[in-house]
Design a protein around this ligand. Structure first.
Ligand code: XMP
Length: 319
């Protein structure tokens, strides 16, 4: 019988024991797992922890600022923010195939993270937000491997050159336990209970080629959708909800003028395991409000659609 407080105390002792007075590096993504590791390690070893947060330009609205606010400003965690938007967008230029985009985003993340890590002196450990289901999954995928190297981009690990020992304080925990730890550690409830967000981020929610113009529009549309879900009390009734940018143009009218602009699709699902999912039966009034706000408030969008596809056969993401 455990309590979050006991687990935290236990893990703090273990981490201190493992790390001693040496230094630990952590890739902070803003997701639940790496956030809980950051909070836990900060409590355990304070300034011996350095986090690197890579802003790939494919994050949700204000996400980068929120990460800095929570960790650097409020908790006093050492966080290096790397603004790599231009680099990621440049590498993605002309690429429209989903798996190719995933690979580029993953590899670019490693390059940026590795370059940043190389600037920090005397790091001996790499912390990771590996949780128990990751361990199981990895064991099933490649038997015999003692450690899972998990990056938030699913690319299978950092380069060999980074011969760092791993610190993985969440290895024995399930997601719901990790969340309880997060709350106990003082992380904001909204961060701990946020919907999952894929490593490649908006990169796979902009269909086809990724462009800054598209990402900026999508960020605004997504923020409106999420805000209205919260307002209507529907956010936590869905497992995942987001907007998708469709690079097709559709005609609309404003006043007595015609507009010929982009289309946004809304996706919201209910699921237990993310292997199968049912599209969320959101109230029409909510969809109406979101649609009106997106079309009225965002220049460049003339039409909003709602995705009524189940998984299978449709996946949750559009790419
Ligand atoms: P699909 O689209 O396969 O998504 O039904 C199932 C869950 O996985 C997430 N997802 C990803 N997460 N990197 C990630 O870290 C990815 O490339 C990726 N693709 C899908 C998706 O958001 C959903 O929660």
């Amino acid at each position: 019988n455990w309590t979050p407080a006991q687990i935290i105390e236990d893990q703090i002792a273990r981490v201190r024991d493992q790390v001693g007075d040496r230094h630990v590096l952590l890739g902070l993504s803003g997701g639940v797992d790496s956030s809980v590791v950051a909070a836990l390690l900060h409590k355990a070893i304070g300034d011996q922890l350095t986090c690197v947060f890579v802003d790939n330009g494919l994050l949700r609205k204000a996400e980068g600022d929120q990460v800095m606010e929570t960790f650097a400003k409020h908790m006093g965690v050492k966080v290096i923010r790397v603004d790599a938007e231009d680099l990621f967008l440049d590498k993605l230029k002309g690429v429209d195939e989903p798996e190719a985009k995933r690979k580029i985003i993953g590899n670019t993340f490693i390059d940026v993270f590795d370059a940043e890590a190389a600037k920090i002196e005397g790091v001996d450990f790499l912390a990771q937000g590996t949780i128990y289901p990751d361990v199981i999954e990895s064991a099933a995928a490649k038997t015999g491997k003692a450690h899972v190297i998990k990056s938030h981009h699913n690319v299978g690990g950092l380069p060999e050159t980074m011969k760092l020992k791993l610190v993985e304080p969440l290895r024995e925990l399930f997601k719901d336990e990790v969340r309880k730890l997060g709350v106990e550690l003082g992380l904001p409830y909204d961060m701990v209970y946020r919907h999952p967000f894929p490593g490649p981020g908006l990169g796979v929610r902009i269909l086809g080629e990724v462009k800054k113009e598209y990402a900026d529009i999508l960020r605004e549309a997504d923020a409106i959708f999420i805000e209205e879900l919260h307002n209507a009390g529907w956010y936590h009734k869905t497992s995942q909800a987001f907007a998708v940018f469709l690079p097709v143009k559709s005609v609309g009218v404003v006043g007595d003028g015609r507009r010929y602009e982009w289309v946004i699709a809304l996706r919201a699902v209910e699921t237990i395991d993310f292997m199968t999912a049912r599209w969320a039966h959101l109230p029409y009034e909510l969809l109406e409000k979101v649609s009106n706000r997106i079309i009225n408030e965002i220049t460049g969008v003339s039409r909003v659609t709602y995705d009524v596809s189940s998984k299978p056969p449709a996946t949750i993401e559009w790419e």
